[in-house]
Ligand binder design. Structure first.
Ligand code: ZN
Length: 300
C-alpha cells in the first residue's frame, strides 16, 4: 500500500530567510521584494530562531505613528520566537490538523534544527464559511484516494443552482476480507454543520492509514451531501430545502442523486449520517425511526 503523502514530497523551493541582526526597515523591503508575507529568521548556521511576519511589522507602523520608525531596530526585536514546527517526515494530513487546531498561518519544516521550508496555511478555513471551497474539498478527496489502493472515488451527480454547481462525490473503501458487510457513511446534509464532512474525511483517512482495521467492511462514503449549503454555511440547500427532512420524499436534487445510487446497490448493514450540534459537548446518537427497511437490512 502507498503511504500518505509526506510533506517532504510537497515542499516548495527553499524560502527566503532573514538574519536576526537585519535592520527592521530592510526586512520590510525584503518581504516586499520577495512578495512574501513573512520569513523564517535563522542564524548563520541556518538554525531557526523565529519568524517575522507582516503582522509583526504592523507593530512597527503603529509605533511609527507616534515617533519616527525605529530605523535602528533589528529583526530580533520584532520576530516571534514561539514557533510551532514539524519534521519533513510527517504526512500532509497531520499538517492540516495542526492548522485546524492552531491559529497560525505558517509552519516551518525543520530537520536537525535547520529550516528546510515552510508550509503556508491554505487560503481557506473550514471555520470560515466565506472561504469554503468545493475545489479544495475535492482536492482533499483526490489526494486521499490516490494514497490508498483500497479507496476509489466517483461522482454520483451534479447539483445545480443558478450561480452554483458541484459534484456529489462517492468515495468507496473496499476491505480485504472475503465476506464483507456494506456500510454507508455520510455528512454535510446540513451545510452549517461542517464537522460532519470533517468526521467523514477523518474516517476515510483512518481507513487509508490502517486498512486492516476495516478489512471486513465495504464503506460507501458521501462526505458532502449538501455542497451549496456547506459553501454558504446554511442548513438548507440552494433551493431552501432541508435535505434531511425530505430525504424519503426525494424532493431535493441531492436526495434524488444519492437515492439513485443507493437503490441500485445492495442494502447496507449500517448507515451513519453525521450531524453537528453546537449546544452539546461530546456526541449523541439519534437512531432511525422510519420503518422503511428498503435501504438497511437490519434495524435493531
Ligand atoms: Zn444536522
Amino acid at each position: 500500500m502507498k503511504q500518505l503523502p509526506r510533506i517532504g514530497d510537497h515542499m516548495d523551493a527553499v524560502v527566503p530567510t532573514l538574519s536576526p541582526e537585519t535592520r527592521i526597515m530592510r526586512a520590510v523591503d525584503f518581504l516586499l521584494r520577495h512578495r512574501v508575507t513573512g520569513a523564517p529568521v535563522v542564524d548563520s548556521d541556518g538554525r531557526l530562531l523565529g519568524i517575522i511576519t507582516e503582522t509583526d511589522l504592523l507593530k512597527l507602523v503603529t509605533e511609527g505613528i507616534q515617533a519616527q520608525p525605529p530605523t535602528e531596530a533589528t529583526v530580533a526585536e520584532y520576530m516571534t520566537t514561539d514557533v510551532v514546527t514539524v519534521p519533513p517526515t510527517v504526512d500532509i494530513y497531520y499538517v492540516a490538523g495542526i492548522f485546524l487546531k492552531n491559529k497560525i498561518r505558517r509552519l516551518p519544516v525543520v530537520e536537525d534544527g535547520h529550516t528546510l521550508t515552510w508550509m503556508l496555511r491554505p487560503a481557506y478555513s473550514f471555520a470560515d464559511t466565506q472561504q469554503r471551497d468545493i475545489y479544495q474539498f475535492e482536492q482533499r478527496l483526490v489526494q486521499l484516494v490516490e494514497s490508498s489502493e483500497y479507496l476509489s472515488m466517483r461522482t454520483l451527480g451534479i447539483v445545480k443552482y443558478d450561480t452554483f454547481s458541484s459534484p456529489i462525490w462517492l468515495v468507496t473503501f473496499e476491505g480485504d476480507a472475503v465476506k464483507k458487510k456494506k456500510v454507508f457513511i455520510s455528512g454535510g446534509v446540513h451545510g452549517d454543520e461542517p464537522a460532519g464532512p470533517e468526521a467523514v474525511l477523518a474516517t476515510i483517512i483512518e481507513a487509508a492509514n490502517d486498512p486492516s482495521k476495516y478489512e471486513h467492511v465495504n464503506i460507501d462514503f458521501v462526505p458532502l451531501v449538501n455542497p451549496s449549503g456547506w459553501v454558504n454555511g446554511t442548513r438548507l440547500n440552494g433551493a431552501d430545502e432541508d435535505i434531511n427532512r425530505g430525504f424519503h420524499l426525494l424532493n431535493s436534487q441531492e436526495a434524488i442523486i444519492i437515492n439513485d445510487y443507493l437503490i441500485s446497490h445492495n442494502r447496507y448493514k449500517l448507515m451513519i449520517d453525521h450531524h453537528e450540534d453546537p449546544r452539546y459537548p461530546g456526541f449523541y446518537m439519534v437512531t432511525y425511526g422510519n420503518n422503511d427497511l428498503s435501504l438497511v437490512s437490519d434495524v435493531t
